[in-house]
Design a protein around this ligand. Structure first.
Ligand SMILES: Cc1cc2nc3c(=O)[nH]c(=O)nc-3n(C[C@H](O)[C@H](O)[C@H](O)COP(=O)(O)OP(=O)(O)OC[C@H]3O[C@@H](n4cnc5c(N)ncnc54)[C@H](O)[C@@H]3O)c2cc1C
Length: 446
């Protein structure tokens, strides 16, 4: 029952026999959760602090369904490069120290996660989860045939470029690790790179590459909107969730402030937190310590001047730490999206012009003559990153509150699989705090 002075969102839904779930967050994680739960027979309500879907990290991200390139950010190599990256201006990684205990604790856990055995375990778990996610998303695309064209889905394949021959041994080691977990990828020489992606003739030839034919692309924002619409969820925009009301181990309602500054309360049978980079703050309000740190990245989408000079396959330039994806959507001219950078600077969403300029320059350097800059669409988003790179998926100390967040740099890739696993878990609730099994191994709240 809503408390006095508060607007109430007590559902019409509760009049029916269907159980109701309230999903907090309308990014790709929340929208996928809404769709999977609607299919499992739940009535879904989605709350978001912003004015519409995909207003956070699921906006103009790199568009990669990166099923076989799941190496976490925390690796021994990343730890080794970090001092150089932090000192060099224009480096792909920036760090602004923050006077927060949770920030220091996250960094300490990140460093611990750089150990080889941890990277191996995470890589195996994420590969299994990503493969599951591919199958779930393909099922969803089959259920909704127009989506392939409307959402720009393509099995484009991904070519990862290396500029120095000396990097080959390390790349082959990573390949061997991923192949041991079933990934299908191969090392290719310069000539093969140019044959796979002829548009690379427009820039400096790579030393070698790694080719993964099974990788895909899709527009994250469009997929988010399509999933919400298909789930028939009731979406409440500008509803900022700030707390909750419960009794015993049962959450009764989440509470917050709406667009008019009025308090609201939303009751449901179950709740799922999918607030992206807002997870740590919201978690704290609900008594949960969620190790999620925002890692800012940028993208720019450019119109094509000469389609033949733009890549058809997705390309990652390891030196620049940037991805290039061609977005082809029904009824729209193709665009090239370039994404990259990892700035650990807190909840700062300012679009730094020098970062955007660097992305545009990279597009001209790697694919000369392919793009125009006059209608450039710049963007910044916050990756919700856990120290290990494993998402937080599963139950909490409240027996009807669940997590689906912390997907870091792989939220688009993992969204369908995580949502489906969570929907299964809600059908058969596990004991409190228990992990949700992801394929062969659990991926967990840490
Ligand atoms: C530059 C860049 C490139 C990327 N490229 C790729 C890629 O190629 N492939 C890939 O798989 N992943 C990629 N990612 C990562 C991916 O975009 C994210 O992991 C994913 O979008 C996270 O989705 P989400 O739904 O968890 O968070 P979001 O999309 O950020 O959604 C969270 C939502 O929760 C809402 N919210 C938060 N707190 C509250 C609250 N208290 N009350 C109400 N609402 C709240 C927010 O308003 C937001 O709308 C990239 C990220 C960036 C930044």
């Amino acid at each position: 029952v809503p408390s006095r002075g508060m607007g109430t969102l007590q559902h019409a839904m509760s009049r029916t026999h269907l159980p109701t779930v309230c999903v907090i967050g309308a990014g790709i994680a929340g929208a996928s959760t809404a769709y999977a739960l609607a299919q499992a027979g739940w009535r879904v309500r989605v709350l978001d602090a912003l004015a519409g879907p995909a207003g956070g990290a699921s906006g103009a991200n790199g568009a990669q369904l990166s099923y076989q390139y799941v190496e976490p950010l925390a690796t021994p190599a990343a730890l080794g490069h970090l001092p150089l990256w932090l000192m060099r201006s224009g480096s792909p990684v920036r760090w602004r120290p923050q006077a927060r205990w949770s920030h220091a604790a996250w960094l300490a856990r990140f460093v611990a996660a750089c150990q080889p055995h941890c990277v191996r375990q995470t890589t195996g778990e994420l590969l299994a989860l990503a493969e599951h996610s591919r199958q779930v998303l393909h099922g969803w695309l089959q259920q909704n045939p127009p989506w392939r064209d409307e959402l720009g889905w393509r099995a484009a394949g991904k070519l990862v470029l290396y500029r120095q021959a000396a990097q080959r041994k390390a790349a082959q080691r990573q390949l061997a690790l991923q192949q041991a977990f079933g990934a299908r990828q191969q090392c290719v020489d310069t000539t093969e790179c140019l044959a796979i992606e002829p548009a690379l003739h427009g820039g400096p030839p790579p030393a070698f590459g790694v080719w993964t034919p099974g990788e895909e692309v899709i527009d994250a924002a469009r997929l988010t909107r399509a999933l919400l619409q298909a789930s028939q969820a009731q979406c409440l925009w500008m509803h900022d969730v700030r707390g909750a009301r419960g009794s015993g181990d049962q959450l009764r309602a989440v509470t917050g402030v709406d667009a008019h500054g009025q308090g609201f309360e939303c009751a449901a049978d179950a709740f799922v937190l999918a607030p992206g980079a807002g997870a740590a703050v919201l978690g704290r309000a609900l008594g949960l310590a969620l190790p999620v740190e925002p890692i800012k990245g940028y993208s720019v989408s450019l119109p094509l001047r000469d389609a033949a000079r733009a890549p058809s396959v997705s390309v990652t330039d390891t030196d620049r730490k940037m991805v290039f994806a061609r977005l082809s959507q029904a009824g729209e001219p193709d665009r090239l999206r370039i994404a990259g950078f990892a700035d650990i600077v807190g909840h700062d969403l300012q679009v730094a012009p020098e970062r955007i300029q660097a992305l545009i320059q990279a597009a001209h350097a790697v694919f000369a003559g392919a793009c125009d800059d006059d209608d450039a669409q710049p963007w910044a988003g916050l990756r919700p990153a856990t120290p290990t790179g494993r998402p937080l998926l599963g139950a909490t100390r409240w027996n009807n509150l669940w997590l689906n967040t912390g997907h870091g740099a792989l939220g688009l890739t993992l969204a369908a699989g995580c949502a489906q696993r969570l929907a299964q878990a809600l059908q058969r609730p596990a004991p409190r705090g228990e992990r949700v099994a992801i394929a062969s191994r659990p991926v967990v709240p840490q």
